[in-house]
Design a protein around this ligand. Structure first.
Ligand SMILES: [Zn+2]
Length: 372
């Protein structure tokens, strides 16, 4: 309801074509200028939100033909750097209708950009695919499995990891295009990561979820539908926010969905946008779940940047902090494509990848949150 009324004022206050173009440009500007992930993900111009509104409007009777014409005009005039921000939406079947006049050409343009960017990256001797390099060129990356009592309701920021130890985390999947590219690279280097999955997507892609778990990665939940779980002040008035009761349901149902799909669930959780409240933190504690935050944000969510820019930013964070929890999103092609080079960098700089798992396996099954 909130979204709908926002959408209405959004698009009815001025001439619609002006508003669409302006909204898309605003999204590109805000993404580029956002100082951190939270600021960006709470933006009212976030592509996820903009497309949700557009689909709502079509359902409510807005002329889909005219809408698609406007949207396509705006996208076709947009430089590639901006277009990349909308990649997930452009490749999402749900948006085929609103993008019907340009979807194919936009996909081709994005694909060509990545092919080109990948070629440049490889021309500098950087790795996007392990296959193209002989095995003995790389050390394998050491993996240390750390068993911890995760039932104390702790909150990890850098995970109290030792010097030169990092934990890899991937949010917002499972993703049909990129999650397996990521698990393949992790396997090539002999390491494992933590995946914070969205319950709705686990339900949509049960086989993919089982594959991730089957490869030995740790899987925790990241709510069922990815709303903001904080207060109005924290979430802002313009994004989908849920109150305490609903937030508890989001946590429970995503946890349950992973359990029902794979037969267990690791007792770890990550708040969408990193936004939490003391009440919800207490709820996690009572229910014996550890919260994963992060101290190393790769900023792979910033669209307006090359493969090299994300790689270099992540490397400089590592150089500065030398340990901790790295934040990535397995919904971005760029993340999947730079991962082999990043893993190679970790190997060359004597890092150890850490997998934090529950000390007691029973906490993955006999969990206070689960109904059986
Ligand atoms: Zn997220």
């Amino acid at each position: 309801l909130v979204l709908w009324s926002l959408g209405w004022s959004f698009f009815s206050s001025c001439s619609p074509s002006f508003q669409i173009d302006k909204t898309l440009k605003e999204a590109v500007r805000e993404n580029r200028e956002a100082p951190d992930y939270k600021t960006w993900s709470l933006s009212e111009h976030h592509p996820e939100r903009v497309f949700e509104l557009l689909r709502e409007q079509v359902k409510a009777g807005r002329d889909a033909h005219a809408l698609s014409v406007e949207l396509c005009q705006s996208f076709q005039a947009m430089p590639i750097g901006g277009l990349l921000l909308f990649e997930t939406q452009i490749f999402d079947e749900e948006n085929e209708e609103v993008l019907r006049f340009c979807i194919q050409s936009l996909k081709t343009k994005i694909q060509a950009y990545y092919d080109n960017n990948r070629a440049e990256f490889e021309a500098q001797g950087l790795k996007t695919m392990k296959e193209s390099y002989s095995q003995n060129e790389d050390k394998r990356l050491p993996l240390k499995v750390i068993k911890r009592d995760l039932s104390q309701g702790n909150r990890y920021v850098d995970g109290d990891l030792p010097h030169k130890h990092v934990a890899l985390t991937f949010d917002d999947g499972p993703n049909i295009h990129f999650t397996q590219m990521i698990t393949k690279s992790l396997e090539d280097y002999g390491v494992r990561g933590h995946f914070f999955m969205i319950g709705r997507l686990v339900r949509q892609y049960p086989q993919l979820t089982k594959l991730v778990v089957g490869s030995g990665h740790v899987v925790g939940s990241h709510t069922y539908t990815h709303p903001c779980l904080g207060s109005k002040a924290q979430c802002g008035s313009k994004i989908r926010r849920v109150d305490y009761q609903k937030a508890v349901e989001e946590i429970k149902s995503s946890h349950q969905m992973i359990f029902d799909t794979v037969g267990f669930v690791d007792p770890i959780f990550r708040f969408p946008y990193g936004v939490s409240t003391p009440e919800l933190q207490q709820f996690l504690k009572r229910n014996e779940i550890t919260e994963f935050f992060w101290n190393l944000d790769s900023q792979d969510w910033k669209a307006h940047q090359s493969h090299l820019a994300v790689l270099n930013r992540t490397k400089s964070l590592l150089d500065r902090h030398q340990k901790g929890i790295l934040l990535f999103h397995d919904i971005h092609r760029r993340t999947a494509e730079i991962l082999p080079e990043l893993l190679s960098y970790l190997a060359r700089h004597d890092y150890t990848v850490v997998l934090i798992t529950p000390e007691d396996d029973r906490t993955r099954i006999n969990h206070p949150l689960l109904k059986k």
